[in-house]
Design a protein around this ligand. Sequence first.
Ligand code: F6R
Length: 263
Amino acid sequence: MQVVVCKNASEGAEIVTEEILSALSKKPELVLGLATGSTPIEVYERLICAHKEDGVDFSSVQTFNLDEYCELNADHPQSYRTFMREHLFGEINISEENIHFPPSEGPELAEKCLRHEEEIRQAGGIDIQLLGIGSNGHIGFNEPTSSLASRTRIKTLTEKTLRDNSRFYEDPSEQPQVASTLGIGTILDARRILLQAYGDKKAEAVKASVEGPISSFWPGSALQMHADVTFVLDESSAAHLEMIDYFRKSRTEGLRLQKDNTA
Ligand code: F6R
C-alpha cells in the first residue's frame, strides 16, 4: 500500500489524472473502473481537458462504474448515469456501448449482477479502479459489514450514507434506499486501485482503512489486501494517520529514486 499526502485535492487530482493518461497512452483499450460523488470530479475535468485540448482519444476505452441507485431511472437528475454523462461521458469521445453500470432495474437483478461480473471478465478485467470513500468507510456502496469477498449485488444503504447524500434531495421521500454495487471482491480484482479522499470528514475512515485491522466494519480496510493500491490524500484526510511522517518520507524517497533513474 502506498499513501501519498498532497498539499491539496488539486494536486491529488493531478497525480491521478497523470497516471490514467499515462496508462491510456500505453493501452488505448484501457478498462477503467469509475466512481461518482464529489471526490473524482476534478479528475474528470482534467480528463475532459486532455481530450479537448490535447486530443486524447477515449474511443477504445471501456468503463465500469462502481454503483447505481435502484429506484431511480437512468435519466433522473440524481442517477449515477446522469452524473457520469454530465461530468465525463458527454464531453469525451467514449462509445456508448463501452460504458457499463451495475444492473439496477427490472426483474432478476441477482442474475443480472452475476452476468455483470462476466462482462467485466470479458473486457479483460479492470486496469485502474478509481475509488472515493464514505465517511463510514464504504467503498462503492459496500456498506460496513459487507463481506470482504462480496461480488456485484444489491445493497441497502446505511443511515449515515443516506444522511451524507441527503443534500441532493429536496424531497427526502425521493432518496433511494438501495443500490447495486460492485462487491469488495470485485474491486480487489482490479489490477491497480487509486483511492482519493479529501477533507476532515474522511479522516476517521482513512485512518481505519490504512492503519486499522482489516475488518468488514471498515470496508476500505480490505484494500490492505491489494498488492497495488495508492491512497491519495490531502493534509486534512491524512491528519489522524500515526505513520504520516513515514508516508511523507517514502514519497520523497520514491521521487528521488525516480529522478535518479531517469537522469
Ligand atoms: C460513488 C461511490 C462512493 C463514493 C463515496 C464518497 O460511486 O462509490 O463510495 O466514492 O460515497 O463520496 P464523495 O466523493 O461524494 O465524498
